[in-house]
Design a protein around this ligand. Sequence first.
Ligand SMILES: [Zn+2]
Length: 289
Amino acid sequence: MSDLKRYLAYDNSVRVIVIDATDMVQEIRDIHNLSNLATAALGRVMIVSAMIASTLKDKDNRLTVQIKGDGPLGNIIVCANKDLDVKGYIENPQVELPLNSQGKLDVSKGIGMGTLTVIKDIGLRDPYVGTCELLSGEIGDDFAYYFNVSEQTPSVVSVGVLIGKDGNVEKAGGYIVQPLPDCKDDIIDKLEKINLKIPSMTTLMNEDRTIDDIAKNVTGDSNIETVYEHEAKVKCDCSLERIKDTIVALGKKEAMDILKENGMLELSCKFCNKKYKFNEEQIKEIFKD
Ligand SMILES: [Zn+2]
């Protein structure tokens, strides 16, 4: 179970979100048979996406995060909703690179230079879209930069995925600390000082701290108030109807050509790998409408 909690600290002037996403990241690794590097990269994006999705207001609101980098891992897409159903896709799931100079998975090099885009569909005619350049490709820094420049919300974003020798996910999680508009300057100073010396998220998790402990730790406030708690999980919302839209986008000629060549048209969902098969009758039916 991957548990996410949101808190308020310092008399409701600081928002804190913490997630233990170990199970969620293991699950996405298993679905896509990800390399260690791809697990860390896609896992980190999914962890931050789940935290942002927890701040959506309504049940129908949807979040999409796109990372377009020029590194060997290729593009990453993550979608999440208010229920914290999260799905993720990475273009090149098998890429592995040598460890970086600190002996860690080189997510920065894997992702490369590019852009981070956050799309929030909150039921308005046009969705909210915010884009910024990738700062480091390490994901945590990139989202902190995004919050600062695109949403004018200075934030601390920490995210980590620790992979064991057997390739399984040992620990994965993250936290976001955001001073709200009425936060006092001395509190902001205190948060900045804590941020400079706090160990990484996976180190905190390895010390067997609960997510409540971590929330207290990263804010320095022992009187935090829990305002929200929910389970985050990998869940895809693909359906026959949506896959039909893909076939329509493919065009009748292309669809019929593939059909003639293979005897059937098989499409798989790029988020969960579920396969959808169509025969000639079904294809004709789709293009009849
Ligand atoms: Zn799917």
